[in-house]
Ligand binder design. Sequence first.
Ligand code: G3D
Ligand code: MG
Length: 186
Amino acid sequence: MSSTYDRLYKVVVLGEGAVGKTAIVTRFSHGFFRTDYKTTIGSQFAVKNIDIKASEGRRLTVKLQIWDVAGQSRFQILRPMYYRGASGGILVFDVTRRRTFIVLQEWLDELRKAINKDIPLVLVANKTDLPDRVVTPAEGREFADKRRMPYVESSAKTGEGVIDIFEQLGKTLVEQREEGGQWEVQ
Ligand code: G3D
Ligand code: MG
């Protein structure tokens, strides 16, 4: 309770199994990439502070409580529980597997059904370091634009784009609040 921050937000990370959700959260919260972690069981969360530039040149310390929700279908029944109270989300697909892109809308539907409102989300095209990419940047961007979400390309392996994901989300969350939005947890 003693750590200092201006805002606290719960963030959920969504997307099919093996798209890189855990790798992104690990890279962001610990700054490294591991290949040996186990398939996320149920859920777990990481906490990390980021600095966000707010209006009038103010800087805010935003604490993100990031819930890495298990993507496998056998956890489907549990997921709505983890969505509860979320202020924002990160929706991840794997640029080398088209299926993970095609099912994005299902993830949005599941989230909306669980929390009954729209929350700020960032669309993440992950694994851009791999040579066998099949989903183009234009396709990803179009999906995001249609739903008015920021779009970020990332590689949890190289770290490229990872910080950007959370900064974009943090910025959107702060701006929503400044416009009288209702997404803040506390
Ligand atoms: P998930 O949490 O969405 O289920 P994970 O996905 O984070 O467990 O990642 C699934 C696999 O993809 C892991 O490989 C992980 O190392 C790999 N991965 C995640 N992000 C990237 C990335 O940006 N680039 C590359 N090349 N690989 C990535 P393993 O082999 O451990 O199953
Ligand atoms: Mg995982």
